[in-house]
Write a protein that binds this ligand. Structure first.
Ligand code: IPE
Ligand code: IPE
Ligand code: MG
Length: 258
C-alpha cells in the first residue's frame, strides 16, 4: 500500500460540459471551476500534500473562441487578485509555469507579484500551468541546456540534465495525475514528468470534483503497485528489506522518485 503522494497533478477538465448540462454559458462553468480550485487547494493543504500542479490553460486553448479565452484570462487575473493574500497567510507558495510572455502585461505583472509575495512560503507548493505545453517544456529545456553548455555536444545531454532545465526542475515528478471530465488523455500536459505517474481518470466534471472525490483518488492511488520496470517479487522484496529513509528526491534515469 502506498502512502499519500507528495505531488498530485490535475487536468481540470469538464467546465464547459458542466455548464452545458445546466443550459448555462461555458463561462459559468469556468467560474465554478475557478471556485473549485480554491476548494481543492484547501483540501490538498489539509491532507498535507506537498506539491499540487494544476493545468489551467494549455498552449492549444488559444484555439477557442476569443470571448472564451478572454473570460478565462479574466478569471485567472481575478483568482490571483482574490487568493494571493490568503495564500501568503496560509504558507502556500504559488508558482506559474508556461510561456507567460503571451499574456497581457497586467496579468504578467500580477503573476510576478504573486510569485514574489509567496516565494518564502514552505507549505503547499501550488503550481499553475498556464499557456503550458509539455512539448514546449521539453524543447525549451533542451535549448536551455545547450545555451548553458555551448562547448558540449548534444550527445552528452542525459535525462537528469534535461530535467534540470524543465519548468518543474524544483518539483519531484507527480506520483498521481488526476483528469476530470471523462477523457483519458494527457492533452500535452506534463509529458516528461509523468513517465511513471499513476493516471486516474474520473467522469466527474471539474466543478463537481470535491473533497470526497479527492479522497477516492487517493484511496485508488494507495492500492497501486509501483514497479518502475521491476517485477512484483523484486518490489515486495525491496519494501521488506529497505528500512532506510529515502531522500526527498531520488533521480533514477532522469525520473524523479519522491
Ligand atoms: C477545462 O474545461 C478548462 C479549460 C480547458 C480551460 P473545458 O472548458 O475544457 O470543459 P469541456 O471539456 O469543454 O467540458
Ligand atoms: C486540457 O483540457 C487543458 C486544461 C484542462 C487546461 P482540454 O479540454 O483543452 O483538452 P482536449 O482539447 O479535450 O484534449
Ligand atoms: Mg475540455
Amino acid at each position: 500500500m502506498n502512502t499519500h503522494p507528495k505531488h498530485i497533478a490535475i487536468i481540470m477538465d469538464g467546465n464547459g460540459r458542466w455548464a452545458k448540462k445546466r443550459l448555462m454559458p461555458r463561462t459559468v462553468g469556468h467560474a465554478r471551476g475557478a471556485a473549485n480550485v480554491r476548494q481543492i487547494v484547501k483540501a490538498a493543504h489539509a491532507v498535507g500534500l506537498r506539491y499540487l500542479t494544476l493545468f489551467a490553460f494549455s498552449s492549444e486553448n488559444w484555439r477557442r473562441p476569443p470571448e472564451e479565452v478572454s473570460a478565462l484570462m479574466g478569471l485567472f487575473l481575478q483568482y490571483l487578485e482574490s487568493e494571493v493574500a490568503e495564500m501568503k497567510a496560509a504558507g502556500i507558495r504559488l508558482r506559474v509555469i508556461g510561456d507567460r510572455s503571451a499574456f497581457a502585461p497586467l496579468l504578467q505583472s500580477r503573476i510576478d507579484q504573486a510569485e514574489r509575495d509567496t516565494a518564502h512560503n514552505t507549505g503547499l507548493h501550488l503550481t499553475i500551468a498556464a499557456n503550458y505545453g509539455g512539448q514546449w517544456d521539453v524543447l525549451t529545456a533542451v535549448r536551455a541546456w545547450q545555451a548553458a553548455h555551448p562547448d558540449r555536444s548534444l550527445q552528452e545531454l542525459d535525462p537528469a540534465a534535461l530535467a534540470m532545465h524543465l519548468s518543474t526542475s524544483d518539483l519531484p515528478d507527480p506520483e498521481l495525475l488526476i483528469r476530470t471530465g471523462g477523457e483519458s488523455r494527457i492533452s500535452n500536459f506534463l509529458l516528461w514528468q509523468t513517465a511513471y505517474t499513476e493516471l486516474y481518470f474520473t467522469d466527474l466534471h471539474w466543478p463537481d470534483f470535491d473533497d470526497a472525490a479527492l479522497s477516492k483518488a487517493l484511496q485508488w492511488y494507495s492500492q497501486r503497485v509501483r514497479r518502475f520496470g521491476r517485477t512484483d517479487e523484486q518490489v515486495q522484496h525491496s519494501s521488506a528489506v529497505e528500512h532506510t529513509p529515502t531522500p526527498d528526491l531520488v533521480i533514477q534515469n532522469g525520473i524523479k522518485i519522491g
